[in-house]
Ligand binder design. Structure first.
Ligand code: SF4
Length: 232
């Protein structure tokens, strides 16, 4: 249960976290397409603009012209035309296939819910896991898609260069170390996400500033190999 102790240390360092994205599954799909490249900041900019000018409900998105939708999504970054088209495709599916209630369709079983979510554009395993966890549908061991490296580095001396393998490894660590309930797993997700974005970055981790470096096997091994390679 070493991971729980590390999460306590991360929470002391970063403070308690709450999600900055909508946790309703349909709204998350919309939010995810509000920015590109997708980041919390880009998606929030596009989401705010969409809410102010058109609205985020499926009926609002379907009623908007492609030109108006594209304009609303521009603050979120690149390819707003493509994102506008995808949003209208998503909204049409939500209305026609799910009677405007995606959440109800996701409650059958985690396996079928994951499969269903991955049929939407831009949603792969990490996105599906994140939606199911934060919507309170299944306490899945979700791993932040942009930083699966954190737990793998802490627990192993070597980091796997293959993204999918790293994601699976991080997921297995959460499954074994973090209790299978919503508060514990959402807390783990949010703290690992922040740590991966700010300090344990994919490239050039800032190990000397890291509040958990005394427990990190990757850091220990790196110091022995090439002390000068550890940044900051
Ligand atoms: S010591 Fe370095 S590799 Fe280990 S968790 Fe901290 S930043 Fe990541």
């Amino acid at each position: 249960m070493i991971t729980l102790k590390l999460l306590d240390q991360l929470e002391s360092y970063y403070g308690p976290k709450t999600p900055c994205w909508p946790t309703d599954p349909y709204q998350f799909l919309v939010w995810w397409h509000c920015g590109y490249p997708a980041s919390d900041e880009a998606c929030a900019r596009g989401w705010d603009s969409l809410q102010r000018t058109i609205g985020v409900e499926a009926r609002h998105i379907l009623a908007a012209s492609p030109t108006a939708l594209t304009k609303a999504l521009k603050p979120g970054g690149m390819v707003p035309e493509t994102r506008a088209l995808r949003l209208q495709q998503i909204a049409a599916r939500i209305v026609e296939e799910f009677d405007n209630d995606l959440s109800a369709a996701l409650r059958a079983s985690p396996k079928s819910a994951r499969k269903l979510l991955k049929e939407f554009p831009g949603i792969s395993d990490p996105g599906a896991d994140r939606i199911l966890l934060f919507a309170g549908i299944a306490p899945i061991a979700a791993v932040p898609s942009n930083c699966p490296q954190v737990l793998v580095r802490v627990h192993r001396q070597q980091e796997n260069p293959d993204y999918a393998a790293t994601y699976r490894e991080a997921k297995a660590i959460i499954e074994s170390d973090i209790p299978e309930n919503f508060p514990a797993r959402t807390r783990a997700y949010l703290l690992l996400k922040q740590h991966g974005q700010e300090i344990c970055k994919r490239t050039k981790p800032r190990c000397r500033l890291c509040p958990i470096n005394s427990s990190c096997k990757w850091f220990e091994a790196s110091q022995q190999r090439t002390p000068q390679s550890i940044l900051l």
